[in-house]
Design a binder for this molecule. Structure first.
Ligand code: ZN
Length: 244
């Protein structure tokens, strides 16, 4: 079975459509989404509807949660808060119900899907020390997570003190050796922050035991134009072109 794993789509329809086109070409069987379908971008309903139409499993992120639970955005930056308030006003009842129905965590063929970390969906996993918090409670070999918008993986061997962090902002290929555990971040589809503006996602070939991190070009200017037309903060549109 081959899975496309996408995270942090953030209402960026152009980026999502391009990632899905490449995933389809790569003949994936199912789709997994690690949360934050909405927030920041200009197309929350279109992105929800596209994800809902895919065969697969999806979990919720902190922005999806803030969209359905007013008050949660008090922890956001002012610009992110403006985006989520706008998003909440746009979402249809069906799409709000869809976001509400998403679980916080899932297990697929023994692999954990979580948003930020296994113990806490809101926790950012950015360092080996933070990754260790998840490895300590991870029973199986594999976890997929998002939230930081950085494409990378952590490799952990129980004999070593700390996991090894391997950033992959330009993509990468990983063979899942039996002697290690892995935490894999596909990066963000809709708002990468690892210095590469291209949309990031992963293809996990569960049968072959491999993971491929991909980056694809999409029409950034189109998303930026739609953001400005919607009255969303200009700095949120600008950052898409920079990958920050
Ligand atoms: Zn996010």
């Amino acid at each position: 079975m081959r899975y496309a794993i996408m995270s942090d789509i953030h209402s960026n329809l152009s980026a999502l459509e391009e990632a899905l086109r490449v995933a389809e070409e790569a003949k994936v069987d199912r789709y997994l989404c690690l949360g934050d379908i909405v927030g920041y971008g200009p197309s929350p309903n279109e992105c929800c509807e596209l994800v809902r139409s895919l065969p697969g499993m999806f979990i919720r992120g902190n922005h999806d949660e803030a969209a359905i639970q007013p008050g949660k955005e008090m922890w956001f930056t002012p610009a992110a808060r403006a985006c989520i308030t706008w998003t909440r006003e746009q979402l249809t009842a069906e799409n709000l119900a869809f976001l509400e129905s998403l679980p916080e965590q899932e297990v697929v063929e023994g692999a954990i899907m979580c948003h930020g970390s296994i113990p806490n969906p809101d926790l950012y996993t950015t360092t080996p020390e933070e990754a260790l918090l998840s490895f300590q409670v991870m029973g199986g070999q594999l976890t997929f997570f998002g939230h930081t918008h950085y494409a990378e993986w952590f490799r952990y061997n129980r004999n070593s003190e700390l996991p090894v962090e391997e950033p992959r902002p330009r993509g990468g290929f990983l063979r899942l050796g039996r002697d290690s555990q892995f935490m894999i971040n596909p990066g963000a589809v809709g708002q990468p922050r690892d210095g590469n503006h291209q949309a990031g996602f992963v293809i996990w070939d569960q049968t072959a035991g491999t993971v491929e991190l991909l980056r694809v070009d999409y029409n950034v200017a189109d998303t930026q134009r739609r953001m400005l037309e919607a009255g969303l903060p200009e700095n949120m549109a600008l950052r898409l072109g920079l990958g920050i």
